[in-house]
Ligand binder design. Structure first.
Ligand code: ADP
Length: 619
């Protein structure tokens, strides 16, 4: 457990069963989580083993400045050790050779080559994380309690889990006190969570409707709904005498928290007088529709919130019964509301990204407290200079390892081993949001242009790609698709690929393009949501720069606007042509985007959240 304290785990125990709105969703989600937990356990083991090896070996002694030999790439722990022992130094091998020597090359017959260590011993190129000194600490420590349905890696379905963990870690590093409350899912890997224990039972009201009358009762701490979970979190905080500065709630699942905090007869706000509530919406696609009688799982009648200025779903006015919208309630009652990129915030206010909730966001009291804060990535976990999943590490100044990673993947997947073929990758949930029809088109287009295409993904909209993989491209040595989830293979693909394609129909923030930039893999993206905030076209940069209001970003990828094949071609064709025709410029672009990648770290995003916390605390 990285960000939660004893108390938060005890609070997690307050809801013993996964809570979800519908039993069917709950069952499939629990099954997904259980499968993912198993996968992550295995991968965490591999990561731990590799890191242990890394700690024993230490980084390769690679100087980026002086001695001429090192600058020319003649490096090596071996030579340095000999020098330290006073022995005549053996000439060190060039970096590429050193890296190549330790690789355990895969073959297509091997099957899941990504599940075993790719090298005999790790050879990281940078000092271990943290060696450069502690992160900058903020002058004032804020006590933050996150209330969320997901937390990576133990309870993660999508980006929400990554965001909660990444933000929590970054805030801890800056000196803040962070706790995370999440439901005690049956599938949580108890043995993987340090110091997990039951802290307390407590009474928590839960209402019911009986003969048309609302009645409040209470039950012990077993629950099965996010509504009850929201109430249980507040009860736990109050009954354990806690006074957090900020409750940071996420998505519709925790939206009842601000509603209850400020307006429930139970007067939580009075008992926690200095506490303020911040809400983050990761995707407006799910808004938490809720019948009034369902809301009574909070111990409070839904009638209390059933007005236009509170949580009434305006689309249901005149229906019998009218419904509540939890996301709306969360927006109305929170002291500050964020979404996960500035451009997506703009699309929700001025486009159709928020659907009917656009009018809620535009209300005078809401517009002033709503903003977009760009997510970050965990730049320690995603670092090609130390990544233990990679057959060869590399960085902006030592790019040799990237070509070895490409060869490794081509060999393992049974593709043509050719350093000069541009390798285009997609790593994604395979759902309509992600622009599946454009991914299918891009496979054809890339092959027509002499490239290679790799897909790693899962999702219900995968049938077209499966047909291509098993039909038209079945025997094509330049196309490989894996319909599965694998953290290890994802790392190896980010490192091996020359381009990452993200043609999403909408994308609140998107993490894959930021990870790609970190790995020197040039993003080819559709200009939407956070993709438009993070990728600026190398050929059309003046126009995009004017739109990004003077930030100091450099051009870093290829961007297209439309949702048709021709629009995608307009970016993909340029990228492939540049890769093939201007190798030196391409290498410079690759180095530049890697060198610039610290801008995507959570530390930057955490700074914006800390500013926001301080702002709401001054209200
Ligand atoms: P979303 O949250 O909509 O799925 P994001 O781009 O925000 O999209 O985050 C996706 C995350 O999931 C990234 O870390 C990406 O590497 C990872 N990912 C997606 N699909 C897979 C997969 N099949 N195997 C491994 N990792 C995946």
């Amino acid at each position: 457990m990285l960000a939660s304290s004893q108390q938060s785990m005890a609070a997690a125990a307050c809801a013993r069963r996964p809570a979800s709105q519908a039993e069917a969703t709950k069952t499939s989600k629990a099954a997904d989580l259980a499968a993912e937990v198993e996968r992550l356990k295995a991968e965490n083991e591999a990561l731990r083993a590799a890191l242990a090896g890394y700690q024993q070996c230490g980084p390769a002694e690679v100087s980026l400045e002086a001695p001429a030999a090192a600058a020319a790439g003649e490096v090596g722990a071996e030579g340095a050790a000999a020098a330290a022992a006073g022995a005549p130094a053996k000439p060190a091998l060039p970096l590429a050779q050193q890296l190549e020597q330790g690789i355990q090359w895969p073959s297509p017959d091997e099957g899941s080559f990504w599940e075993r260590p790719p090298r005999a011993a790790p050879l990281p190129l940078a000092p271990p994380p943290g060696a450069a000194g502690a992160a900058q600490r903020d002058p004032r420590s804020v006590q933050v309690v996150h209330i969320t349905a997901e937390m990576a890696p133990h309870a993660k379905v999508g980006g929400l889990g990554d965001v909660v963990t990444g933000l929590a870690k970054a805030c801890l590093a800056r000196g803040h006190n962070v706790e995370i409350m999440l439901p005690y899912y049956e599938c949580l890997p108890n043995d993987a969570i340090e110091d997990l224990r039951h802290e307390r039972d407590f009474e928590c009201p839960k209402g019911k409707t009986w003969d048309g009358l609302f009645q409040a009762g209470s039950l012990r701490t077993q629950a099965e709904a996010y509504l009850y979970f929201s109430r249980a979190c507040l009860e736990y905080l109050r009954q354990s005498g806690r006074q957090p500065d900020v409750l940071h709630v996420h998505e519709w699942q925790a939206s009842a928290v601000p509603m209850l905090f400020w307006d429930a007869p139970a007067r939580f706000a009075q008992d926690m007088p200095r506490t303020r509530v911040v809400m983050t919406i990761h995707n407006f696609d799910s808004s938490g529709e809720c019948r009034q009688d369902e809301f009574s799982a909070t111990g409070v009648s839904g009638e209390l919130f059933s007005t236009i200025d509170k949580a009434l779903d305006e689309r249901t006015i005149g229906h019998n019964p009218e419904r509540l919208c939890l996301l709306k309630g969360g927006i109305v009652y929170s002291n500050a509301v964020t979404t996960v990129s500035p451009n997506y915030a703009n699309e929700t206010l001025n486009g159709g990204a928020a659907g009917w909730l656009k009018s809620t966001l535009a209300a005078p009291g809401v517009a002033v407290k709503y903003s977009g804060v760009l997510n970050g990535i965990d730049t320690t976990f995603w670092d090609p200079q130390i990544d233990p999943f990679l057959p060869a590490c590399y960085g902006p100044q030592q790019q040799e390892g990237k070509a070895l990673c490409k060869r490794f993947l081509q060999m393992g997947l049974g593709m043509t081993v050719d350093p000069d073929k541009p390798l285009v990758a997609v790593i994604s949930r395979l759902v309509p949001q992600k622009g599946i029809h454009l991914i299918e088109h891009a496979v054809h287009r890339t092959i027509e242009m002499g490239g290679q295409f790799v897909v790693l993904g899962t999702g219900h909209a995968d049938s077209g790609l499966r047909n291509l993989a098993g039909g038209h491209f079945r025997d094509n040595p330049d196309v490989q698709m894996r319909f599965m989830y694998s953290e290890a293979l994802a790392h190896q693909i980010y490192a091996a690929a020359d381009m990452l394609l993200v043609p999403s129909m909408f994308e609140p923030c998107g993490l894959t393009q930021m990870i790609a930039l970190r790995y020197g893999t040039v993003p080819v993206v559709r200009s939407t949501g956070g993709l438009a905030d993070t990728v600026k076209d190398v050929d059309n940069y003046q126009a995009s720069r004017a739109a990004c209001q003077g930030n100091d970003m450099q051009p870093n990828g290829y961007v297209f606007d439309g949702i048709d094949a021709g629009s995608l071609n307009s970016a993909l064709d340029r990228a492939i042509a540049a890769y093939k025709g201007k190798p030196e410029e391409w290498a410079a672009l690759r180095g530049r985007i890697m060198a610039d990648a610290s801008r995507w770290s959570w530390d930057v995003a955490a700074g914006s959240y800390v500013d926001l916390y301080n702002k709401v605390l001054s209200i």
